[in-house]
Write a protein that binds this ligand. Structure first.
Ligand SMILES: Cc1cc2nc3c(=O)[nH]c(=O)nc-3n(C[C@H](O)[C@H](O)[C@H](O)COP(=O)(O)OP(=O)(O)OC[C@H]3O[C@@H](n4cnc5c(N)ncnc54)[C@H](O)[C@@H]3O)c2cc1C
Ligand code: SF4
Length: 804
């Protein structure tokens, strides 16, 4: 097998790998290096995250399991610093050297930060990745006033997000009109008026010359001597191709890494795709052309007759609620162009096509973009428009052709992913698709910015005719293998008495009989939750960490974290852990955030014998289950503690360990409101007060930082246990699989949860079902030690693929 290495784990690069896997899955042994600590995610949707429409989990395009299933070795949080093009190897910042036969550079770009004094102050950021988004979300929780520099696409999306986060936002723009490279002055002024009505303020024609403040930003100073106050500054003035690795390795770089029509760089066997690449003097900053590049490169690498990449015309849309805008091609008239224009000032709708030699060379649509795909096709195909009506949809918000029948099959529906109407119709007909989700899953349409989803829905309606069910089409199915939603799945399992994952997929006519990594763990969880004691867990349907009962690490080794109830240990246990770590030459022994000791870098085949020698229960550091109960030292030792936090923590952990939950659950117990165990950001947190306990729920210390809400105040530890049991069981029964408690509470409402749990009879029933469930669990490490079958199937040294 040839070795294919990719530098960069972003949108264009991973799409290229997806194309390669489609064409020739066995041809390459693939290794990917990603500087960010995440699997591949949809960067486009960072704007939606900031605007509060979606969560970080939802923008992951390919979860870690996908890499595993496709035998891709992924190193996250690791950058390549040098390519040795002579000896064909890459070298990482951690000193790792990996040889390649073929190498793809897909390092994207960086935010352009103005080279002005003070730009390095705390509180100044670009808008490029999850880290930037987290920083903005955190700042909005603490500070009030944001300034965004840049009135282009990114700046306006960032500004809208910051408004949603409750900040006051000024947008500073160098030019007299917004998005001047995509919009003409009329469209631009309509946009400005709409955004002003949404609460954005604009400082036009201002050139920033200095960021002022001490350590943290306090404001901006402009060239005209004026000043604006700011606690947070977002620079969204453009991007700069990330070419540093190529440059350092002697590969030819201009604005980007220069490539030919087959994405080949100046070095043999080294290719570049995405925002880091410069093709025919153009560096693209939108995914549609990058995906086209990826397709050409995949064909080239797989030895197919690759069609040359000849460049792309790009279209722009703005992801801000209340703004419907599309623009492509040329914007400004010159002596050789004429405009066709309609303008409904009353309804704020404006459409203009720029024509040269009977062909459309530019489009600006504001307020009604239904004509965008048709006009965009005419523009990109250079169609002669003689005798053709340019704007089919009326110039009114109610108008619109929606006429799928007259749309040619080769018309692009999803610009980002290059999916045509014909491809969608074909997939619907041949694969029996009936929902939007299914069409996305099968064709990629709608998988990026999502703007084409209404049209995909119209195509579904048109193709299915009488069989089209609008409700079913919009329904959120649990994954692309079925049209069934979570609620329907649970009802069907109950009504039809379904008892296994296979049976569910058979009886409910899954369109993919093996299911996928999204639905199989979910079905397994729902079956276990419904059939409390008789369900036999389907281990192979679990996510890889749970299947292995250990966390897989980025280099393919595992970590072992034994239970330490309430974060309390003994000298004897510490000794045992030290001896095992020494004997197995564990490369890293680390205290985890959950007050336990983690042994990192363990070989798969060593797991069972290490567990045996440790002779301690699994800490479930890998599971969708109760992870840890963090405690402070409390009344037993601390001068302030009014309650015994350690005992309560141990009792909670002993009772609820191993319980399957929709997502991981963490608890914290503090013996007084000083809250040393950080109980306020746990799924369930307990804070000791005089004469009782406060119970906080739905906190989260992870990416979506959230403080817990007070659920109840109780007097005794018995009441704590009773309330916790009822709360957890209600979460188990009503949350979607992989929904954290914070999201669940936000969805169903804290008041609703309080109401349910206020009823003593309901609490009792929930606790009964909880107790019945808890009876069925057995210690998994011990089970593995005792079972030769388990040892051989999961831990012997032959390759186990996820989902096998
Ligand atoms: C907020 C926002 C909104 C956007 N909205 C849209 C939109 O609506 N429509 C649209 O078409 N496009 C949009 N884009 C642009 C789109 O996201 C990019 O065009 C696309 O992500 C580029 O893909 P890429 O693979 O070239 O780069 P990236 O997706 O940036 O991936 C590059 C990856 O390489 C990694 N990397 C860099 N150097 C190294 C190294 N030395 N070693 C290892 N890894 C490295 C980086 O960490 C990064 O993860 C938006 C971008 C942003 C930031
Ligand atoms: S939370 Fe209170 S009792 Fe616990 S360690 Fe901190 S100060 Fe002491």
């Amino acid at each position: 097998m040839k070795k294919l290495v990719m530098i960069g784990n972003g949108m264009a690069g991973v799409r290229t790998i997806e194309e390669i896997l489609k064409l020739s899955p066995e041809q390459f042994e693939i290794t990917i290096f990603g500087q960010e600590p995440h699997p591949n995610y949809n960067r486009i949707k960072l704007s939606n995250i900031l605007q509060g429409d979606t969560s970080f989990d939802e923008i992951i395009i390919n979860p870690l399991d996908w890499y595993k299933e496709n035998n891709i070795q992924l190193f996250t949080g690791e950058s390549i610093t040098k390519i040795d093009v002579e000896s064909k190897k890459v070298i990482s910042d951690q000193g790792r050297e990996v040889a390649y036969d073929e190498l793809i550079i897909a390092t994207g770009s960086n935010s352009f930060i103005l080279p002005i004094p003070g730009a390095d102050k705390i509180g100044v950021t670009g808008f490029r990745d999850i880290k930037d988004c987290e920083m903005m979300i955190k700042s909005a929780a603490e500070y009030k006033k944001a300034v965004v520099i840049g009135g282009g696409l990114l700046g306006l999306e960032a500004a809208r997000g910051l408004l949603n986060l409750g900040m006051k936002v000024d947008v500073v723009h160098l030019m007299p009109s917004l998005m001047e490279r995509q919009l003409d002055p009329i469209a631009s002024s309509l946009l400005k008026a709409e955004l002003e009505s949404q609460g954005m303020r604009f400082l036009m024609e201002k050139e920033t010359v200095e960021v002022i403040g001490d350590e943290r930003v306090a404001g901006l100073r402009f060239k005209d001597g004026s000043f604006v106050q700011a606690d947070l500054v977002v620079m969204a003035i453009g991007i700069k191709s990330n070419t540093i690795v190529a440059k350092n390795s002697g590969i030819y770089v201009n604005r980007g890494i220069v490539v030919n029509d087959y994405m080949e760089t100046s070095a043999p066997h080294v290719y570049a795709v995405g925002e880091c690449a410069e093709h025919r003097e153009i560096v693209y900053g939108l995914v549609a052309p990058l995906y086209e590049q990826g397709k050409v490169l995949a064909e080239r690498l797989c030895g197919r007759e690759a069609s040359a990449y000849e460049g792309s015309v790009t279209g722009t849309q703005l992801k801000v609620a209340g703004v419907d805008l599309f623009s492509a091609g040329e914007i400004y008239e010159d002596g050789t162009t004429k405009s066709i224009m309609v303008y409904n000032e009353y309804e704020g709708i404006y459409k203009r096509a720029l024509i040269r030699n009977n062909r459309i060379v530019g489009i600006v649509l504001y307020g009604d973009t239904k004509d965008s795909t048709r006009l965009y096709r005419m523009l990109s195909k250079k169609e002669d428009i003689t005798g053709i009506s340019i704007f089919e949809s009326q110039c009114s918000a109610e108008g619109g052709s929606g006429d799928i029948a007259s749309m040619p099959n080769d018309e692009l529906v999803c610009g980002c992913n290059g999916v045509t109407k014909g491809a969608i119709v074909e997939a619907i007909k041949t694969q029996g698709l009936i929902t939007l989700d299914q069409v996305s899953h099968c064709t990629n349409a709608g998988r990026s910015c999502g703007r084409c989803k209404p049209m995909v829905n119209d195509i579904l309606a048109y193709t299915l005719g009488d069989q089209f069910d609008a409700n079913a089409a919009q329904k959120t199915s649990i994954c692309g293998c079925t049209t069934i939603s979570r609620e329907e799945l649970i009802a069907e399992i109950r009504e039809k008495g379904l008892t296994s994952v296979k049976e569910v997929m058979n009886v409910l006519e899954w369109n993919n009989e093996e299911g996928c990594t999204k639905c199989r763990p979910a079905i397994n969880y729902y079956l276990g939750m419904i059939h409390m004691d008789e369900y036999k867990d389907d281990r192979d349907s679990r996510l890889v960490n749970e299947k292995m009962h250990a966390n897989i690490q980025k280099d393919g080794t595992y970590s072992v974290v034994p239970r330490m109830y309430g974060g309390v240990t003994t000298a004897a246990d510490l000794k045992k852990i030290a001896e095992v770590a020494e004997k197995y030459e564990v490369p890293l022994v680390k205290l985890t955030g959950g007050q336990r000791i983690g042994l990192f870098g363990v070989k798969k085949e060593d797991l069972p014998s290490m567990w045996k020698e440790l002779d301690m229960p699994s800490g479930y550091a890998y599971g969708k289950t109760l992870r840890t109960v963090k405690t402070c030292v409390g009344a037993q030792f601390c001068r302030y503690g009014t309650q015994d936090s350690m005992s309560l923590g141990i009792e909670l952990e002993k009772k609820f360990e191993r319980l399957d939950t929709p997502h991981k659950v963490k608890m914290g117990v503090s013996a007084c409101p000083r809250n040393c165990s950080e109980a306020g950001i746990k799924d369930i947190g307990f804070v000791g007060i005089d004469g009782g306990w406060e119970i906080y729920v739905a906190g989260n210390g992870g990416v979506d930082l959230r403080a817990g809400d007070l659920l109840a105040t109780v007097k005794t530890e018995a009441e704590v246990m009773e309330m916790t049991g009822a709360y957890l069981q209600y979460y188990r029964e009503t949350a979607n699989y992989l929904e954290r408690t914070s999201k669940w509470v936000e969805r169903v409402g804290l008041e609703h949860v309080k109401e349910v749990l206020a009823n003593e009879e309901t609490r009792k029933e929930l606790n009964e079902r909880m107790d019945q469930t808890l009876k069925k669990y057995i210690e998994p490490w011990n089970e593995a030690i005792e079972s030769e079958n388990i040892k051989d199937k999961y831990y012997a040294n032959h390759i186990v693929k996820a989902g096998e």
